[in-house]
Design a protein. Structure first.
Length: 135
Protein backbone atom coordinates (compact mmCIF):
# COMPACT_ATOMS: atom_id res chain seq x y z
CA UNK A 1 0.00 0.00 0.00
CA UNK A 2 1.15 3.51 -0.79
CA UNK A 3 2.69 5.58 1.99
CA UNK A 4 2.88 9.35 2.28
CA UNK A 5 6.35 10.58 3.29
CA UNK A 6 7.13 13.67 5.37
CA UNK A 7 10.77 14.65 6.04
CA UNK A 8 12.11 16.91 8.76
CA UNK A 9 15.10 17.54 11.03
CA UNK A 10 15.40 17.60 14.82
CA UNK A 11 16.18 21.02 16.27
CA UNK A 12 17.36 21.97 19.75
CA UNK A 13 13.87 22.96 20.92
CA UNK A 14 12.69 19.38 20.24
CA UNK A 15 15.08 17.84 22.77
CA UNK A 16 14.94 17.43 26.53
CA UNK A 17 17.70 17.56 29.16
CA UNK A 18 18.85 14.09 28.11
CA UNK A 19 19.48 15.50 24.58
CA UNK A 20 16.82 13.28 23.04
CA UNK A 21 13.45 14.17 21.57
CA UNK A 22 10.81 14.48 24.28
CA UNK A 23 8.09 11.84 23.85
CA UNK A 24 5.33 14.43 23.42
CA UNK A 25 6.99 15.83 20.29
CA UNK A 26 6.29 12.68 18.31
CA UNK A 27 2.58 13.59 18.37
CA UNK A 28 3.50 16.94 16.80
CA UNK A 29 5.54 15.15 14.12
CA UNK A 30 2.61 12.86 13.35
CA UNK A 31 0.26 15.83 13.11
CA UNK A 32 2.63 17.79 10.86
CA UNK A 33 2.83 14.78 8.55
CA UNK A 34 -0.98 14.50 8.40
CA UNK A 35 -1.36 18.23 7.70
CA UNK A 36 1.20 17.94 4.88
CA UNK A 37 -0.61 14.84 3.59
CA UNK A 38 -3.85 16.83 3.30
CA UNK A 39 -2.05 19.67 1.50
CA UNK A 40 -0.44 17.19 -0.89
CA UNK A 41 -3.89 15.69 -1.55
CA UNK A 42 -5.19 19.13 -2.53
CA UNK A 43 -7.35 19.48 0.59
CA UNK A 44 -5.37 21.88 2.83
CA UNK A 45 -6.35 21.82 6.50
CA UNK A 46 -6.73 25.61 6.40
CA UNK A 47 -9.45 25.19 3.75
CA UNK A 48 -11.21 22.57 5.87
CA UNK A 49 -11.16 24.87 8.90
CA UNK A 50 -12.56 27.73 6.85
CA UNK A 51 -15.58 25.42 6.43
CA UNK A 52 -15.55 24.75 10.22
CA UNK A 53 -14.44 21.14 9.63
CA UNK A 54 -11.61 19.48 11.55
CA UNK A 55 -10.05 16.07 12.06
CA UNK A 56 -9.72 15.54 15.80
CA UNK A 57 -7.71 12.68 17.30
CA UNK A 58 -9.96 10.46 19.40
CA UNK A 59 -7.65 7.48 19.91
CA UNK A 60 -3.85 7.28 19.75
CA UNK A 61 -1.88 4.09 20.34
CA UNK A 62 1.85 4.84 20.43
CA UNK A 63 5.02 2.81 20.84
CA UNK A 64 8.39 4.49 21.41
CA UNK A 65 11.19 2.26 20.12
CA UNK A 66 14.37 4.27 19.57
CA UNK A 67 15.24 7.88 20.47
CA UNK A 68 15.72 10.68 17.98
CA UNK A 69 18.50 13.12 18.82
CA UNK A 70 19.56 16.67 17.93
CA UNK A 71 20.10 17.15 14.17
CA UNK A 72 18.76 13.71 13.25
CA UNK A 73 16.87 13.80 9.97
CA UNK A 74 13.71 11.74 10.13
CA UNK A 75 10.75 10.82 8.00
CA UNK A 76 7.18 10.04 8.92
CA UNK A 77 5.48 7.38 6.84
CA UNK A 78 1.69 7.57 6.87
CA UNK A 79 -0.54 4.75 5.67
CA UNK A 80 -4.30 4.42 5.62
CA UNK A 81 -5.72 1.73 7.91
CA UNK A 82 -9.46 2.41 7.61
CA UNK A 83 -11.72 5.09 6.25
CA UNK A 84 -15.26 5.08 7.60
CA UNK A 85 -18.23 7.39 7.22
CA UNK A 86 -17.03 9.94 9.80
CA UNK A 87 -13.55 8.78 10.83
CA UNK A 88 -10.17 7.78 9.47
CA UNK A 89 -7.40 5.68 11.01
CA UNK A 90 -3.78 6.15 10.00
CA UNK A 91 -0.71 4.10 10.79
CA UNK A 92 2.21 6.49 11.22
CA UNK A 93 5.86 5.60 11.73
CA UNK A 94 8.92 7.75 12.40
CA UNK A 95 12.20 6.53 10.91
CA UNK A 96 15.75 7.85 11.21
CA UNK A 97 17.42 6.22 8.23
CA UNK A 98 16.16 2.65 8.39
CA UNK A 99 15.76 2.70 12.20
CA UNK A 100 12.11 2.66 13.33
CA UNK A 101 11.92 5.14 16.21
CA UNK A 102 8.21 5.47 16.98
CA UNK A 103 4.95 4.14 15.63
CA UNK A 104 1.34 5.02 16.23
CA UNK A 105 -2.13 4.19 15.10
CA UNK A 106 -4.24 7.34 15.21
CA UNK A 107 -8.00 7.54 14.81
CA UNK A 108 -9.39 10.91 13.75
CA UNK A 109 -13.04 11.93 13.92
CA UNK A 110 -14.40 14.36 11.34
CA UNK A 111 -15.93 17.24 13.31
CA UNK A 112 -18.19 20.16 12.62
CA UNK A 113 -16.11 22.59 14.70
CA UNK A 114 -18.98 25.07 15.00
CA UNK A 115 -20.81 22.64 17.30
CA UNK A 116 -18.11 19.99 17.94
CA UNK A 117 -20.23 17.16 16.58
CA UNK A 118 -19.05 14.27 14.46
CA UNK A 119 -20.18 14.59 10.84
CA UNK A 120 -19.58 12.51 7.69
CA UNK A 121 -16.35 13.07 5.79
CA UNK A 122 -17.15 15.02 2.63
CA UNK A 123 -16.70 13.37 -0.74
CA UNK A 124 -13.76 15.59 -1.80
CA UNK A 125 -11.65 14.47 1.16
CA UNK A 126 -12.83 10.86 0.97
CA UNK A 127 -12.01 10.65 -2.75
CA UNK A 128 -8.60 12.30 -2.25
CA UNK A 129 -7.64 9.88 0.54
CA UNK A 130 -8.83 6.80 -1.32
CA UNK A 131 -7.26 7.98 -4.57
CA UNK A 132 -3.84 8.43 -2.98
CA UNK A 133 -3.70 5.34 -0.79
CA UNK A 134 -5.29 2.97 -3.32
CA UNK A 135 -3.01 4.11 -6.17
Amino acid sequence: MTAHLYHHKIFFADTDQAAVVHHSNYLRYFEAARIQLLADLGVPYKTMQAKKIGLAPVDIQTQYLHPLRLEDEYRVETRLVTLKKASVVFDQRVFCGEQLCCKAQIKLANLDEAVFKVVPIDSELRDAILGFFNA
